[in-house]
Design a protein around this ligand. Structure first.
Ligand code: EPU
Length: 416
């Protein structure tokens, strides 16, 4: 199993190019199931989760050709309407094939994803929404069996805001009979990116970017070209790294307008930010100031940035309070950060952090994707050597993080 060896205390300087967004690429690849035409996608990141999704899609009969970050999909010969447990258990986003398969072919069999490290994460809202669109759904032997000759438009109000739930229902509704209204829809930029692609494929969607999506179903969708939006969480992670180590970095192929909540907190920490249409420059010359926040749905502070900001808070001046409202168990990095000398205590869904002058390197264990990123940041700020184990979590969602960080001066190597 690969590990990362990090020697802390290096100041960062230089340029990093941000990759396409994992959480936009995954639903967008599933949209390839909705048409017999070609989907030509650009800026698709090189990630383990993307490879898993392509494997899953290929075994339905979807044709995939790939040239670097360009991926072309063709869904003219799909003949297996199934997502098996072996693949779904490794990646929850596999549930995103359910809506498209059902809408285009009238049936689907998809394994129920289990719980995962950050919480129980049920898919009841995906099921409730598809039932509202007229699907008959049966759960048996760990699988979702869904059937509907033709989905029918309906008004769906989800019990909570769900990102992949919104994406699944949005894709299904594009091919339903009549009008579907999705109330309480997720407004994440990745949902918007998917909606824009669907429109390019011939879907009729109003309210894109709002919490009320109105979809007029069409008979069929056609092929399209699309460039996947840049990864705001990858960008935010590198900005946290510079907040923790000090330095001066420029992120390219990125957007500041979809990162507002995180950028505000970085400014509060003392980071000097300047931005252009597709770049962000971050300069940090002092010890960061501690910042308190609570995670909420977009445009609020993203849960996917909580762990990385907590790593910076560990070495900040002052005390802070971080409340996680989206997932019930997303504090597994806390024990590991404390192994590096951080002072964090947890009460319910709130972590209290007392900033220390210095963390000290130690062997630590990654437990999930964003927790791994927080350990890398902490290791880069710590004195001495930190060894981060189980970095397969990191590879699921970051494209060669250690290479990008080495390019700007971090002392970080992968040990096979
Ligand atoms: N929920 C339910 N029932 C449902 C759906 C969701 O109870 O049917 C609950 C979840 O358990 C959670 C909350 O609603 O407590 C929100 O979950 P959501 O469905 O929005 O999460 P998701 O769609 O499974 C996506 C991202 C996550 C990100 C969350 C929140 C993808 C592939 N994944 O997950 O990304 O944290 O939205 O923004 O888009 C990551 O990249 O590290 C990651 C975990």
């Amino acid at each position: 199993m690969d590990k990362l060896k990090i020697v802390g205390g290096k100041r960062l300087a230089g340029e990093i190019t941000i990759s396409g967004a994992k959480n936009a690429a995954l639903p967008i690849l599933c949209a390839g199931l909705l048409t017999s035409g070609d989907l030509a996608l650009a800026n698709v990141p090189h990630l383990h989760d993307v490879r898993t999704m392509l494997k899953l899609l290929q075994q339905t009969g979807l044709k995939v050709s790939q040239d670097g970050e360009q991926v072309t999909l063709n869904g003219a010969a799909i003949d297996k309407l199934e997502a098996p447990y072996e693949l779904v258990k490794t990646m929850r986003a596999s549930i995103l094939v359910l809506g498209p398969l059902l809408a285009r072919f009238g049936e689907a069999k998809v394994s129920l994803p289990g719980g995962c490290a950050i919480g129980s994460r049920p898919v009841d809202q995906h099921i409730k929404g598809l039932e509202a669109l007229g699907a008959e759904i049966r759960l048996e032997g760990g699988y979702i069996y869904a059937r509907a000759k033709k989905l029918k438009g309906a008004r769906v109000v989800t019990d909570m805001i769900t990102v992949t739930g919104t994406e699944n229902l949005l894709m299904a509704a594009t091919l339903a009979d009549g009008e579907t209204v999705l109330e309480n829809a997720a407004r994440e930029p990745e949902v918007t990116d998917l909606a824009n692609l669907l429109v390019a494929m011939g879907a009729r969607i109003e309210g894109i970017g709002t919490d009320r999506l109105v979809i007029q179903g069409v008979e069929a969708l056609h092929g399209a070209r699309h460039e996947v939006i840049s990864d705001r969480i990858e960008a935010g992670t590198f900005l946290c790294a510079v907040a923790a180590t000090g330095g001066d970095i420029v992120l390219k192929n990125t957007r500041s307008d979809i990162l507002d909540a995180a950028l505000d907190k970085l400014r509060e920490m003392g980071v000097i930010l300047t931005t252009g249409p597709d770049w962000i420059r971050a300069q940090m010359a002092s010890r960061p100031k501690a910042v308190s926040f609570r995670t909420t749905e977009y445009p609020g502070f993203p849960t996917d940035m909580q762990a990385q900001f907590m790593a910076v808070n560990c070495i900040a001046s002052g005390a802070s309070k971080v409340t996680e409202t989206i997932f019930e168990n997303r504090f597994m990095h806390v024990q590991e950060l404390n192994r590096l000398g951080a002072r964090i205590t947890i009460e319910g869904n709130t972590a209290f952090i007392e900033g220390v002058e210095q963390l000290v390197g130690a062997p630590v264990m990654a437990t999930d994707l964003r927790a791994s990123a927080s350990l890398v940041i902490a290791g880069m700020a710590a004195r001495g050597e930190t060894l981060v184990d189980r970095i397969y979590h990191l590879d699921r969602g970051y494209d060669q993080m250690e290479v990008k960080l080495s390019q700007v001066g971090a002392d970080i190597v992968r040990i096979k």
